[in-house]
Design a protein around this ligand. Sequence first.
Ligand code: ASP
Ligand code: MG
Length: 451
Amino acid sequence: MIVMKFGGTSVEDARAMNNVINIILKAQSQHPIVVLSAIAGATNTLLKAASMSLEGQLDEAHARLNQLLERHVTIAENLIDDRPTIQQLILSFKRRFEELKNICHGIALLGELTPRSLDAIASIGERLSTLILAEAMEQRGIPVELVDARTFMITDDHFTAAHPLFDLINAKATEIFLPLIQAGKIPITQGFVGVTPKGITTTLGRGGSDYTASILGAALGAKEIQIWTDVDGVLTADPRIVPNARKLDVISFNEASELAYFGAKVLHPSTILPAIQKNIPVIVLNSKNPENTGTRIISNPPPSTLAVKAIASKKGITVINVISTRMLMAYGFLEMIFSIFSKYKTPVDLVSTSEVAVSLTIDTTTHLDQIVVELEEAAEVNVLTDKAIVSVIGERIRSTEGIAHRVFNALKNINIIMISQGASEINMSMVIDETDVEEAVQRLHAEFFGQ
Ligand code: ASP
Ligand code: MG
């Protein structure tokens, strides 16, 4: 059995949904369980309608909801031939949207939007997309079964970012899905959506459908988990910077984590952790190019011939230099610095220390002013803005000689402000000026992957 998760762009319109049906059919002999996102943009629209209602802009909220309703109607009409089925679907959509409008009224009236209401609203997107796909497949005589995620994705009541209660999920998922698979059915369920033990709808947080797929795959011991997106997989660099960036066939979970952390936008590795922990391969695939073999993310890939797997970059970085001749080596100085960042919930990306200074980078500057004021009580502080991090990532960097030489040779003439070899030793990161990023990434890519 395998889990196939399709993201929002894979179900954005009737054509995309048709592709999805074909992809599922091709995998039928592997006993797929299908996890779906809302159609592209739906979750954003739903949340926007909620916040507009809160601000009293009910008409505008309704207008957006109507547009979203129309999009669903159009998909149903273009995907399904049978008129009565379409009518039935439209009726269900309308009922959902009436409910939504009522909730929006309530929000406007009370002037209150709770996380619990947000989840009730946000969950509608996945409930609609799965309804369409299930109906369309059933119409074509495919044995599908729509499973409401709220029958097995049990979570705590941390609304908008609920935590899965794994023991309960494992038991429920086994009880619900295994008999369906045995009966030759293709279960279709919502990503992202959960429920508290008391039956209140929750969500797993934005982008949570990947998490659903991984939790479900781990619970059921799936052979693999496929994450269908609209890119060919994980690439050696951002294709907008390096047009000839290559797709990677396999990367380790650690490499995927470093890549995501340092700027690649494929998928959030923490969401696939349950699968990785169970040694279930996660494969990133492209629903717009299904023949491509994608990228496999596994915990322990066989040793690669490439020491460097990919180049990542992240702009909008701020460097904070904390300089103190007196205090640095004193006991507790670093702790004092970090406690200030932690007080303002500001994550630090890179750290590098010298005899007299500590340099740190952050990418969230919401509390920068307060942080600087507090740091200045103990040390001299200077702040450099508009910087970027360029990272060279690969599991074998730690065991390969000469990487640093090649990195610095490639970057000669580019001003390097800070260097850090991550504690995991699978990334080497340099802070440079934002304006140098393209050049730096291109040169590093040429050095490690050829022109
Ligand atoms: N629809 C949800 C979101 O946009 C979950 C997902 O697509 O993964 O965040
Ligand atoms: Mg997503």
